[in-house]
Ligand binder design. Structure first.
Ligand code: TXA
Ligand code: MG
Length: 374
């Protein structure tokens, strides 16, 4: 199938001009109208959100939803998140909004938080993979908001990658995975957060994180007073089944073998030094996802020759003090390690708190559990 590409890099609505209909906003609406028409007629459209790119279709149209599963090669037991542009849209999709959910909506929507509710009868079973609950999110990205509002539909949208690949954070990633498999791709800027939204179940007495993201446990506790985390996503016990069906799959894996290093910074740099020498001796490519601080130490340890050597590909994750920069670059760099044909990838991990929990959750999967404490 021919995929329509709509390039709207940098064409975002300036908040102050909303309502006044500036040239910019009119231009954005004009550019997105064909994509909204495709959604209305049951087609599939990939578009940017603030977390990762999503692959959208009308959430109320079973045939349209089927196209999403087919394009991604997604297992049919993995439910989709419905994206909305207004609270009125939410009311039709859910049976009830708990007081916790209402507080979280007030605090974090629009934004990178998906909430799980009891579903209404309007939501087709294909969207929820037969569950009696439904996941809903109101994105803050202007392109996403405008597209959903123009389509006047709730839009079911998983991440716009082929199933099993790291989620796409640039339009180029989406094109690489889905060109020819979907009706349209809206090409915007690189996504801001870079990791998928936090998935939070609000159907119980205490909200429970089913997938960690940029809205952290600490942030939820501040609003609701308490927050649980699904045991299955932090525990090494493989008998525990994650409550979010998608969390049981091995995701985010590049072709390379990935190992995550944690613990003593000097020990980690020493280990990397040894691995670099092995890669040179063994004549293979080693990818390194490191902090600026590590790179400074490494540059002192190793000769310039080796660091600029063909065998090493360095991806700087910014400073260890800004894990949100790491989050933003992680999927892009895992994908790039494939483009560079890395055989091994070493990643300097982070502590399991704040957004670090989301980073470590994705890294654990990318590394298939190979996390070494030094
Ligand atoms: O940031 C995001 O959430 C992105 C953008 C596009 O919004 N979307 C995304 O969707 O990551 P997806 O399909 O790749 O991941 C959705 C996750 C899966 O792990 C799925 O199993 C879980 O949410 N999920 C969906 N509905 C659920 C439900 N009713 N109960 C429990 N988990 C659910
Ligand atoms: Mg996904």
């Amino acid at each position: 199938m021919e995929t329509l590409k709509i390039d709207i890099t940098n064409k975002t609505i300036d908040d102050e001009t909303v309502g006044a209909c500036s040239n910019d906003s009119l231009e954005l609406i004009g550019a997105l109208t064909p994509a909204a028409e495709i959604l209305k007629s049951g087609g599939t459209v990939a578009f940017p959100t603030e977390t990762v790119y999503g692959l959208g279709a009308n959430a109320l149209d079973q045939k349209a939803i089927q196209k999403i599963y087919e394009a991604k090669g997604r297992p049919s037991d993995n439910p989709l998140i419905i994206h909305i542009a207004s609270i009125e849209m939410l009311e039709d999709l859910v049976e009830a909004i708990s007081s916790h959910a209402q507080k979280l909506i007030d605090a974090f929507w629009p934004g990178p938080l998906t909430l799980i509710f009891k579903k209404s009868t309007l939501v087709p079973d294909v969207v929820t993979a037969g569950l009696d609950s439904v996941a809903v999110r109101m994105p803050s990205n202007e392109i996403a908001k405008t597209l959903i509002a123009l389509s006047e539909l709730p839009i079911a949208a998983p991440s716009a990658n082929l199933s099993g690949k790291p989620s796409p954070t640039t339009g180029a990633h989406v094109v690489a995975d889905l060109d020819g498999r979907v009706d349209a791709i809206v090409l915007g800027d690189q996504t801001e957060v870079g990791l998928e939204s936090t998935v939070l179940d609000t159907t119980g007495d205490v909200p429970m994180i089913l997938r960690p993201g940029a809205i952290t446990k600490e942030m939820v506790i501040e609003i609701c007073g308490a927050c649980d985390v699904d045991q299955a996503i932090s525990s090494k016990d493989s008998n525990l089944v994650p409550k979010a069906p998608g969390m049981k799959y091995r995701h985010y894996a590049p072709e390379a073998e990935v190992e995550v290093l944690l613990g003593d910074n000097i020990g980690i740099v020493k280990r990397i030094e040894a691995e670099i020498k092995e890669a040179v001796a063994g004549d293979y490519k080693l990818g390194l996802l490191l902090f600026e601080e590590d790179l400074l130490v490494l540059k002192n340890l190793l000769s310039h020759d080796i660091l600029s050597h063909d065998h090493i590909v360095i991806f700087s994750q910014g400073s260890a003090k800004t894990p949100e920069v790491f989050a933003n670059r992680l999927f892009r760099d895992l994908r790039s390690s494939d483009a560079f044909s890395c055989k091994r990838v070493l990643v300097h991990g982070v502590e399991d708190n704040g957004i670090g929990s989301a980073i470590m959750n994705r890294l654990n999967k990318a590394a298939n559990g190979l996390v070494t404490r030094i």
